[in-house]
Ligand binder design. Structure first.
Ligand SMILES: C[S@@+](CC[C@H](N)C(=O)[O-])C[C@H]1O[C@@H](n2cnc3c(N)ncnc32)[C@H](O)[C@@H]1O
Length: 439
């Protein structure tokens, strides 16, 4: 009898586990546990093994569950989110000391919650490894809750997820039925959930705290790991624009997360971050003094004509994916009159179907695509969708390519304004994204 799928997967898992353990040992890191974060900034090769291992482990788990338990567990995932929301809302990670633990009774006093309720909720988080329990039965941190304790941005990120997106998700089917086929940003599940006729970002703008939390979440989510700025810094030829005249406009740049990283990675290039008023005001207060000469903030609604003319790059991270083609085209149309010959539009977005390395990484753009449907009536575009979008706006906007820096979960998409360009079927093929011949 040949090996079972189980055994084949288990052998792969063992092989990958040994490789990761060997890496930890040779790097002087403690072995992986739920108490510490071990796998940060792994070398590309080891990171590939880690991702493959997640796929294999998921499959082993799903095979062991069988189809019925698989469906039942999927149905119960809302409990995980409801539980995490409890942990977030009552700031449980902040009430657990970094060293040692705290009894349920003490935690009840600090939080003002009922001890029995607390114990029920925390037991659920412990099963999920979000919190942990000491041998004395006290609540203590896991690696995950320690992050929530120590990094404000992590609390903001899960707060945004659980208080803006999670309430909208159950309304998706209702919205799709009510507004069938709509690409309008105010006919979404989010609108039904929050009983508002404002599109997502205008709704957030009505509350400085919601706008702040969102901006902070954006910053935190690109600090490390698969969404790190480092990929963006390495993934594009910024050096070609790094001179005193070099200028990038960060359209819808939020608190300036991307421009701050790029300003640090370059020496002379300048950056203008544009966004809605509350966000711009908050971004200004967060700007480090050493970058004040090179990075500035500007209020600008991207549905108005772009006021900064002649920049080298008009950059948009996580912008156009929030807008259906009709609105994405309008945003681009407002930039076109500002473009000098050779100027670039560079977008950073999730690219479904690209870098199909593991099912786990593949699922990221698919998750984001669900989020676009829920919050924005929009879509994560494939490379050919991008090409079509640019050419629908202006034939002089030439799609140059879409690519994913190795190891990164988001991709870069580039178009160049070529004032003499005449679209022909022969001349419009995609070129290598790193072709610098036109710089
Ligand atoms: C997903 S966030 C991306 C922020 C930033 N680009 C980043 O990657 O960190 C989208 C941003 O678009 C901004 N935005 C939404 N509508 C806008 C508009 N009409 N004009 C300018 N900015 C807008 C939001 O305030 C928010 O900061």
């Amino acid at each position: 009898m040949g090996k079972s799928t189980f055994t084949i997967l288990a052998e792969k898992l063992l092989e990958a586990s040994k490789l990761l353990d060997a890496h930890s040992e040779s790097s002087g890191l403690p072995p992986a546990t739920f108490d510490n974060e071990t796998f940060i900034d792994l070398p590309d090769e080891i990171e590939k093994h880690r991702k493959a291992m997640i796929d294999v482990a998921q499959d082993i788990k799903r095979l062991a569950q069988g189809p019925r338990d698989l469906l039942f567990e999927t149905c119960n995932t809302f409990n995980d989110l409801a539980n995490l929301h409890f942990i977030y809302h009552f700031r449980i990670p902040q009430c657990v000391p970094l060293q040692g633990g705290v009894s349920y009774e003490e935690l009840a006093v600090t939080t003002g919650l009922d001890t029995v309720l607390l114990r029920r909720m925390i037991r659920h988080s412990i099963i999920n490894r979000v919190l942990a329990e000491s041998s004395q039965g006290h609540v203590k941190h896991s690696a995950a809750s320690r992050i929530l304790h120590e990094e404000t941005g992590s609390m903001d990120a899960i707060g945004f997820w659980l208080e803006e997106l999670f309430p909208a998700a159950p309304k998706m089917v209702e919205a799709l039925k009510k507004y069938s086929g709509s690409g309008e940003p105010n006919e979404t599940a989010f609108n039904l959930a929050f009983n508002t006729s404002r599109p997502f970002y205008l709704e957030l703008e009505t509350s400085p705290e919601r706008a702040r939390r969102f901006g902070s979440a954006m910053r935190w989510m690109s600090q490390g790991g698969r969404f790190s700025h480092d990929y963006l810094v390495r993934g594009y030829y910024w050096a070609a624009f790094d001179h005193t005249e070099g200028l990038m406009v960060d359209v819808g740049g939020g608190h300036g997360a991307v421009s701050l990283a790029l300003a640090r990675a370059t020496a002379q290039m300048k950056f203008i971050v544009q966004d809605l008023p509350n966000t711009v005001e908050q971004g200004r207060t967060l700007l480090p003094s050493e970058l004040q000469g090179r990075l500035s903030f500007m209020e600008h609604d991207f549905f108005d004509l772009q006021p900064v003319k002649g920049a080298d790059i008009y950059f948009m991270r996580y912008i156009l994916h929030n807008w259906s083609d009709k609105y994405a085209a309008r945003i681009l149309e407002n930039i076109v009159p500002a473009l000098k010959d050779g100027a670039r539009i560079v977008c950073c977005e999730f690219l479904p179907g690209d870098e199909a390395t593991t099912r786990w990484t593949d699922k990221q753009p698919l998750n984001m695509d669900m989020i676009q449907a829920i919050g924005w009536n929009s879509i994560e575009r494939t490379a050919s969708d991008w090409k079509r979008l640019f050419s629908s706006v202006d034939s002089r906007l030439v799609f140059k390519g879409a690519w994913t820096p190795e190891g990164c979960s988001v991709s870069l998409i580039e178009a160049q304004f070529q004032s003499q360009h005449v679209a022909t079927h022969m001349g419009d093929h995609d070129r290598s994204p790193v072709d610098q011949s036109n710089i």
